[in-house]
Design a protein around this ligand. Structure first.
Ligand SMILES: *Cc1c(COP(=O)(O)O)cnc(C)c1O
Length: 428
């Protein structure tokens, strides 16, 4: 690829620092010229089918004209204005529409610019809620093995250290408490015993509903969430659902919690909120949580406020994205994708080196028995015309919901071929 590198890559790469990347040994990143629909066009003219929708965000495909026009119109009116003491129509309309979609009991929206920060805000809300109520000892957040909630210090504390993304900061991160998800009776008993011993110190339980994403695409039954809701209620603890990955249709319902028939006290949203166009996140709280801050005491106000909060362009993009969920058949498309993923990835079950194939909604994940060489796999996918980015022992697809069946069949076919060839090259 280096022969066809554009000048901006050659001259700019020595000055850029890339995420999760050993800069010394990693392949040069693929230079993107443009995007359209489910395709990524590289600088040398090659076109890739995008299997992961830019870290799960671009649910309507790239460059959807409805979002493009909404952002253009907003840009001309007002790119942004500070949100302290001033407000604007896109943010307030978005807050109202998000609450309507989330349903009764999730009533107040706090906007931020990234998923990690929306989780930070959720945890701060939970802790300050209790201190405002005269229980400042409730500082603990209970999170779960296999979970991922972000890369900032507060969120690293609630990630499973076993997923290995943050080991460089061991000792510097104030670890919160981690338990096993209550996926069976024995684990539920363990969690119950843990809670019974220290419920009065716990501010909130934090969980990714139905699918733990970056921690390994692990899926659990809706009943697990009902169990957590019941435990949280019995001990008077707040329940936070991190729907940053699962929100906006990814698991088959608009929000994952709908499948469990229970509601959180706080929910975090980001990734697909703007359809993959602009950075924006939201922390949405119940009336109960909000009322914990409702006071004549100014120190009881929520103490957080990012400079770019409620960014007007991001809010305009999110409003346009919500329009698309109303006017285009996104959830039906997710059902079709789910069937195609099941069918297309099933042959991988028979491959040596494959531990399990898991599918839920528009998520298809293959867990391998051992950690592959991720760079070699990425290269093989790239050569086959697919943008697929495995991590750890997981190879996965999270396509845009608008992906045509023939593209999706091509992607599942490429995965079967590449994993088959690598199994043949390295027999167990
Ligand atoms: C991606 C993700 C985050 C972090 O979001 P950023 O925008 O990358 O900070 C948090 N929680 C979950 C479940 C995520 O998938």
């Amino acid at each position: 690829m280096s022969t066809s590198s554009p000048d901006w890559l050659t001259h700019g790469h020595p000055h850029i620092w890339l995420p999760y990347t050993q800069m010394k040994t990693a392949d040069l990143p693929a230079p993107v010229a443009r995007t359209q629909g489910c395709r990524i066009e590289l600088a040398d003219g090659r076109v890739l089918i995008d299997g992961i929708a830019s870290w799960w965000t671009a649910c309507h495909g790239y460059n959807h004209p409805h979002i493009v026009h909404a952002v253009q119109a907003q840009l001309e009116r007002m790119p942004h204005v500070m949100f302290g003491g001033l407000v604007h129509e896109p943010a307030l309309t978005l807050a109202r529409r998000l609450c309507a979609l989330l349903g009764p009991g999730l009533d107040r929206v706090f906007f931020t610019e990234s998923g990690s920060v929306s989780v930070e805000v959720a945890m701060k809300m939970a802790m300050q809620y209790w201190s405002n109520l005269g229980e400042p000892q409730r500082r603990r957040i209970l999170a779960f093995r296999g979970g991922y909630h972000g890369d900032t210090f507060g969120t690293m504390a609630v990630c499973d250290p076993g997923i290995g993304m943050h080991t460089a900061f061991d000792g510097a991160v104030a670890r919160q408490d981690l338990c096993e998800l209550p996926t069976d009776e024995a684990r539920a008993d363990m969690l119950e015993a843990w809670l019974a011993a220290r419920a009065d110190q716990v501010a909130a339980i934090l969980v990714e509903p139905l699918v733990q994403g970056a921690g390994g695409m692990r899926m659990h039954a809706p009943a697990v969430l009902a169990r957590l809701r019941e435990m949280a209620d019995r001990h008077g603890i707040l329940l936070i659902f991190d729907e940053i990955f699962t929100g906006f249709g990814r698991t088959g319902s608009l929000f994952a919690f709908e499948q469990a028939g229970v509601r959180p006290d706080i929910v975090t949203l980001s990734k697909a909120l703007t359809g993959g166009t602009l950075p924006l996140a939201a922390t949405v709280a119940s009336q109960r949580v909000f009322e914990g801050f409702w006071s004549d005491d100014p120190t009881h106000a929520l103490m957080h406020g990012p400079t770019y909060m409620g960014h007007a362009l991001g809010c305009a993009a999110a409003l346009a994205s919500l329009d698309l969920f109303e006017t285009e058949p996104r959830l039906a498309q997710v059902r079709v994708i789910e069937g195609l993923l099941r069918e297309g990835l099933a042959p991988c079950n028979a491959l040596p080196g494959v531990r399990e194939v898991r599918v839920m909604g528009a998520i298809g994940a293959i867990e391998l028995t051992s950690r592959p060489d991720p760079a070699a796999l990425r290269r093989a996918f790239l050569e086959a015309g697919a943008w697929i980015r495995p991590f750890g022992r997981i190879v996965y697809l999270t396509p845009a919901f608008v992906m045509p069946p023939e593209d999706l069949r091509r992607l599942t076919g490429v995965i079967c071929e590449v994993l088959g060839a690598s199994a043949a090259a390295h027999p167990a």
